[in-house]
Design a protein around this ligand. Structure first.
Ligand code: IPE
Ligand code: IPE
Ligand code: MG
Length: 222
């Protein structure tokens, strides 16, 4: 029998603390976090994981200092630009977040373009689906789904609501990871994690590695 392929979701937290412990600016922590993500994607692509969904930037994160936000946006451009290594690992890029044309959406054009290009340039890959949640908030997602149902006069059922999430093709999350010793969900995929195992680790995101990934998926593997 084919082994079960898992959906792993990660709240990539603790970049700031990683940097502070080393006497570095927070931006250095975000840079290290992006590199860690690249390693985790490669590791995930070699495991029984069909979907990896990562929280890159939340609807609540825009209030951070401007220089930090600018740095994080630049790192997303870098992340979405890693097409060569994503293709080498047969990874298909995907994105969830507030639609760019929605009132209140704040994703700048150059990040929109990077997202669109990465999706297009990896669209024929058949391996791991890497979904980056950027300008994402679960309450905004659920509110929009409910509003869509009301607007189109559809019945408010569980199935109909699920079909109006940002990406209704995402399977339910099997394991939710949160790094850096926090045990909060922070408005991440509230609908999709209904049945997930939760893996909390003291490690900050830049120190999260393949060994940690294996510990997380061992919560569901049989
Ligand atoms: C996670 O690390 C990255 C984002 C939220 C964008 P933090 O920046 O939240 O790091 P801590 O929590 O301050 O250590
Ligand atoms: C969650 O981390 C958001 C991302 C990882 C992008 P935060 O650091 O923003 O969450 P809180 O504020 O500690 O809950
Ligand atoms: Mg944090």
């Amino acid at each position: 029998m084919e082994p079960r392929r898992l959906h792993v979701a990660c709240i990539m937290d603790g970049n700031g603390r990683w940097a502070r412990r080393r006497g570095l600016p927070r931006t250095a922590g975000h840079t290290a976090g992006e590199e860690s993500l690249s390693d985790v994607v490669r590791a995930a692509s070699k495991r029984e994981i069909s979907h990896l969904t990562v929280f890159g930037f939340s609807t609540e994160n825009w209030v951070r200092p401007r220089a930090e936000v600018r740095h994080i946006l630049g790192l997303h451009k870098k992340l979405f630009g890693r097409v060569k290594e994503l293709n080498e690992n047969n990874v298909r890029v995907n994105w969830i977040g507030r639609p760019f044309d929605e009132p209140g959406a704040k994703t700048p054009l150059y990040v929109q373009r990077a997202i669109r290009k990465a999706i297009e340039d990896t669209s024929s890959n058949t391996g791991l689906v890497l979904t980056v949640a950027f300008d994402y908030g679960s309450r905004a997602e659920l509110t929009r789904a409910a509003q869509n149902l009301v607007r189109t006069g559809q019945e408010l059922t569980t199935q109909n609501l699920a079909s109006h999430l940002y990406d209704s093709s995402l399977p339910p999350v099997d394991v939710l990871v949160r790094t850096s010793g926090e045990s909060r969900i922070s408005n991440f995929m509230l609908w999709q994690i209904a049945g997930a195992q939760i893996y909390f680790t003291e490690r900050t995101w830049p120190d999260f590695d393949a060994v940690e990934l294996d510990a997380a998926i061992s919560l569901v593997k049989n």
